[in-house]
Design a protein around this ligand. Sequence first.
Ligand SMILES: [Zn+2]
Ligand SMILES: [Zn+2]
Ligand SMILES: [Zn+2]
Length: 120
Amino acid sequence: MIAERHRDHLTAADILEAVASKSDGDLDMATVYRTLDVLEQSGAIKHGHIGHGPTVYHLTYEADHQHLVCSSCGATVSIPARDIRSFIDTITEQTGFIPQVEHFALSGLCADCAKRPTAE
Ligand SMILES: [Zn+2]
Ligand SMILES: [Zn+2]
Ligand SMILES: [Zn+2]
């Protein structure tokens, strides 16, 4: 399993900033959200949630990964979606339920925090 640091997420605020710097500045948050909605409905982007932070957006072809977020230090790691495929298939086989786990990050402890002693 290849886990990598994952920092390339765009929030609606990032997108507003990026677009506003190239335009006359008559953009507002509502316009950005409306544009994101249209893009998501057309299948170009997908949104997800990482911890308690803002909603993040990916291009759809980049979205086939699962986020892991550390509940202690907030570090975000991503793994390829295929690495959790068998976990999802087991749930579906046993219950008929089709989980969409990629919509939310899995929370837990990152390697560094897991190593740290909890009792001081
Ligand atoms: Zn991601
Ligand atoms: Zn959502
Ligand atoms: Zn951590």
